[in-house]
Design a binder for this molecule. Structure first.
Ligand SMILES: [Fe+2]
Length: 183
């Protein structure tokens, strides 16, 4: 892999005021996204996967509410991050909302659905890391257990599935990505 998480990027999160726990989460999601991206065997923009994951929760410097995606993307633009990265930050909420769902959640009305494999890998990694670190589900010592039991865990625990549309999106990313890994 020719891309590595940069200390200077972690310093940016810190300087922006992202709480320490959230920085830890962001690092773990970046590591997981890079691991998954590598495993797919696809030619991917590893820097985009790594930085999109690392910065996805930048907005948590300001709020942990659902607006942290939009706020983070604005902060990222001010920091000069590429739009491909800020798009991931803005779109990661609930795994990529449709315009209709954005309206219901009082977010700026637009299409947040995920288009690229890099975007989907970041959002999938975010979910996996929550499952691995929350301790709500005992997955034992092997992190890959979160991938093996992903469908069952999402269906069983509303915290991870959220609602029907979100659940379907996450299951879709899981299936698409795992199909590539198994190839
Ligand atoms: Fe988030």
């Amino acid at each position: 892999m020719n891309y590595q998480i940069q200390d200077s990027d972690i310093a940016l999160l810190s300087k922006a005021g992202v709480p320490e726990d959230d920085i830890k989460h962001c690092k773990k999601v970046a590591e997981k996204a890079l691991e998954i991206a590598q495993k797919t065997g696809q030619k991917l923009d590893m820097e985009l996967a790594g930085r999109g994951a690392l910065f996805h929760d930048l907005g948590k410097a300001v709020t942990h509410a659902i607006e942290h995606g939009k706020i983070g993307a604005e902060m990222g633009a001010d920091l000069g991050l590429p739009q491909t990265v800020t798009d991931i930050m803005e779109k990661h909420i609930r795994g990529g909302l449709t315009e209709e769902e954005a309206r219901e959640l009082n977010l700026p009305i637009k299409d947040y659905t995920l288009k690229t494999l890099e975007e989907k890998i970041v959002i999938y990694a975010d979910r996996l890391v929550d499952i691995i670190t929350d301790g709500i589900v005992d997955i034992g010592q092997d992190e890959r257990e979160a991938e093996r039991r992903f469908e069952q865990i999402l269906k069983e625990y509303p915290k991870y599935g959220k609602n029907f549309k979100t659940l379907q999106r996450y299951l879709g990313y899981h299936q698409e990505i795992q199909a590539l890994i198994k190839k």
